[in-house]
Ligand binder design. Structure first.
Ligand code: HEM
Length: 525
């Protein structure tokens, strides 16, 4: 057979041996030694053994061997972009946080969208909650609003989070499914956790198969506290409303997209931003005081409940625009460390037991994931306002505290000092009570808001919820788990329970699960 010779010339840059000329930089080792030959390792003779003195080879392989860091224990698959947040309405009546009071101020932000259960290499269109994490680089330090695209959560107390995630991710013996809700462990756990029922209605809805990140809402989920200059406290729920509108795909479309392009959501965000079609979200707040909160028939500290917008309208106060992709995915999107603990003067936590647990978990996991207590020295995590503290040393320390005094107070006249006027002071909430390991009985109604959500859907959306439940539960092998799930649906909507029981081929609709508290009749008419 004769080999065809190509008539085309190699294009510029297509040479095998590419040397530093025509303005190209000289390749060096990490410590700057110029490299003459990057193609061959050092040997004895042409075909002889390799020499361990080959420091160029050793450095290159050493670094390559350590390229991977642990993926996030949840939200491993994500995609980030830079942008700005511009405040359009001042909230100075309720907070002293400058990011929420100075109209026209543009604050730089970094946003990371993610799925929750799948591994780093999983497909984008999984039926899953999406993370919507925003880091605001404010003038008073970084504020991280680490939210999701669904306004409520599965569990009420952070001590259940490891169980939830163990049950949701791949089963430990078989290591599948990698990114799906459709398996026994997930539904076994959920059906034994009535508090998850409101969230179950949302995850079986079209919300968990968004068309792209650009068409999703975002929510802070928890009730947070705002404190104004006079020291007055209010509660707040945060919302992100996409100016693009909300869109989802059908499950059949999601399955096809996952097969054809598992990076569909990443590509969509990349393409939109590269061509200048910048996605925007309006920041909304629901603000209410403690007395008003006490008038609700649910507890605002319970993250399985939302505050109905009919009761507290959402006030739009600013706009987030994403307009720049990262220069390097690993340096920025992988190494970014969002923390619910990152708050600024005027924005505080509430006693929500899920939020309180998160405040521990993020810092702890990031030490493991990023390997050093200095992960805030990485540019994507570093504040963009002046900062000065006396924390020092540790692996990979990059900041150089100046001078001799690395403690305070000191008599050298050196170093940063506290600022009673501008500094963070916790709201002096009055707390008292016995030390108890309990769940408040105000957290006990698990079905009313699940029903409210289901009844608020259009007929088509209700059909999608029923179809999703039938599809997901039909993958569950244990009939007892299927029945237990349907027994919860009976408390939510008997019509839905009948459709799902029929779809699963159950002989009869199981009796209703025992509610922890009588179901409140939610009249939506
Ligand atoms: C990521 C813990 C609940 C939103 C993470 C990570 C952990 C974690 C350990 C990985 C962080 C990292 O490696 O950098 C928890 C715990 C929770 C909880 C213990 C409950 C007790 C929630 C809730 C939300 C949420 C309720 C939404 C409101 C997120 C988001 C990320 C994340 C968006 C990804 C952040 C990123 O893009 O890097 N969570 N989480 N989590 N969590 Fe949670």
């Amino acid at each position: 057979m004769t080999r065809k010779t190509s008539k085309t010339q190699p294009t510029d840059g297509g040479e095998t041996h590419q040397t530093a000329q025509d303005g190209h930089e000289t390749m060096t080792t990490q410590v700057g030694m110029p490299i003459a030959d990057g193609q061959n390792s050092l040997k004895v003779g042409r075909r002889g053994p390799h020499l361990i003195e080959d420091q160029i080879f050793r450095e290159k392989l050493f670094h390559f061997d350590h390229e991977r860091i642990p993926e996030r224990v949840v939200h491993a698959r994500g995609y980030g972009a830079h942008g700005t947040f511009e405040l359009t309405q001042s909230l100075d009546d309720v907070t002293r946080a400058k990011v929420l009071t100075e109209v026209g101020e543009k604050t730089e932000v970094f946003v990371r969208f993610s799925t929750v259960a799948g591994n780093k290499g999983s497909a984008d269109l999984a039926r899953d909650v999406r993370g919507f994490a925003v880091k605001f680089y404010t003038k008073e330090g970084n504020w991280d609003l680490v939210g999701n695209n669904i306004p409520v959560f599965f569990i009420q107390d952070a001590i259940k989070f490891p169980d939830l995630i163990h049950a949701a991710k791949q089963e430990p013996d078989r290591a599948f499914p990698q990114a799906q809700t459709a398996h026994d462990n997930f539904w076994d756990f959920i059906s034994l956790m009535p508090e998850a029922m409101h969230m179950v209605m949302w995850i079986m809805s079209d919300r968990t198969i968004p068309r792209s990140f650009r068409f999703m809402e975002g929510f802070g989920v928890h009730t947070f506290r705002l404190v104004n200059d006079a020291g007055k406290s209010s509660f707040v729920k945060f919302h992100w409303k996409p100016q693009q509108g909300m869109q989802s795909v059908l499950w059949d479309e999601a399955v096809k997209i996952n097969g054809a392009d598992p990076d569909f959501h990443r590509r969509d965000l990349w393409d939109a931003i590269q061509k200048g079609d910048y996605p925007k979200w309006d920041l909304g707040v629901q603000i209410f005081d403690e007395d008003f909160a006490d008038s609700f028939d649910f507890d605002v500290l319970d993250a399985t409940k939302l505050v109905p917008e009919e009761q507290v309208p959402v006030r739009m106060v600013g706009t987030l625009t994403l307009d720049r992709m990262v220069d390097n995915f690993f340096a920025e999107t992988e190494q970014v460390a969002f923390q619910t603990g990152n708050i600024v003067p005027g924005i505080e936590h509430s006693n929500d037991p899920l939020l309180q647990g998160r405040n521990f978990s993020y810092l702890d996991t990031q030490l493991k994931r990023l390997g050093s207590p200095n992960f805030n020295h990485i540019p994507i995590n570093a504040p963009r306002c002046p900062f000065a503290h006396l924390q020092q040393d540790g692996h990979m320390a990059m900041h150089k505290p100046q001078g001799r005094a690395n403690y305070e107070p000191n008599s050298h006249g050196e170093g940063p000092r506290e600022n009673p006027e501008r500094g963070f002071r916790s709201y002096p909430a009055e707390e008292q009570g016995e030390k108890l390991r309990v769940r408040s009985e105000t957290f006990a109604d698990h079905y009313s808001q699940a029903r409210m959500f289901y009844l608020s859907q259009t007929d088509t959306e209700k059909d999608h919820i029923a179809d999703a439940l039938i599809f997901e539960l039909s993958k569950v092998e244990a009939v007892s788990i299927r029945e237990r799930m349907v027994s919860h649906l009976v408390n939510i909507d008997i019509g839905l329970a009948e459709i799902v029981a029929d779809g699963l081929g159950l002989n009869e609709v199981p009796v209703a699960a025992e509610p922890a508290r009588p179901v409140i009749d939610t009249d939506l008419s």
